[in-house]
Design a protein around this ligand. Structure first.
Ligand SMILES: [Zn+2]
Ligand SMILES: [Zn+2]
Length: 202
């Protein structure tokens, strides 16, 4: 499908609304998520039926939450700080899983784009460089949206144990600060059951 059609779609617009802008990372997360749901033959998770594991906290993670319905708050969006463009999707019902990893040659680094990203990050880009950055960033997003999925990711079926479902447990007051805290997150320090934020001061 053509990128402008994808971008105009309700699904993609929701991603942009949630994330705040169109970017290559968002586009990548969008592609991986749709491919993941498709591979699992699953629908967006209303509850916890799908689990997503994202190995980077970059832009792509927002599209994964939006498209798969795996969210931080439901506990079925899991972040591993591995610094990889890798996305795993698990289906609790079928017990199947799949991992998509960005191919090393799928995102060749454009020198000028990298230079401009650095300038944007350090707030040292001129007006015309800002425009140039926006254009390159958009062009890259379009490429990612239109690229054949097999050129974008390596795909591997997984045998993986599903993480436990989110638990709901009653709170108990921390015996130092008094704030209600999930009981399993309290630990004993000097005979008192204290919360994690109080621990460094003990
Ligand atoms: Zn972004
Ligand atoms: Zn406390």
């Amino acid at each position: 499908m053509k990128a402008d059609k994808i971008i105009a779609s309700e699904e993609f617009q929701k991603c942009i609304d949630f994330h705040g802008h169109l970017c290559p990372g968002l586009s990548m997360g969008y592609r991986a998520s749709l491919a993941g749901l498709d591979w699992l033959k699953a629908q967006r998770a209303a509850d916890e039926e799908i689990v997503a594991i994202v190995e980077t906290d970059a832009c792509c993670a927002d599209a994964v939450q939006m498209i798969t319905g795996c969210t931080f708050g439901k506990g079925n969006s899991i972040y591993k700080d591995y610094g990889k463009m890798a996305f795993t999707f698990l289906d609790r019902k079928s017990c199947r899983g799949v991992r998509f990893v960005l191919k090393s040659d799928a995102a060749p680094r454009n020198q000028r784009h990298m230079e401009l990203i650095k300038k944007m990050q350090t707030d040292s880009a001129s007006e015309s460089e800002r425009d140039e950055f926006k254009k390159l960033h958009e062009k890259r997003s379009f490429e990612i949206l239109e690229m054949p999925i097999e050129d974008l990711f390596n795909v591997k079926e997984l045998k993986i144990e599903l993480p436990p479902k989110a638990t709901i447990e009653p709170s108990k007051p921390c015996e130092n600060c008094g704030e209600p805290t999930m009981a399993s997150k309290l630990s004993e320090v000097n005979g008192l059951m204290v919360c994690r934020s109080c621990q460094p001061s003990f």
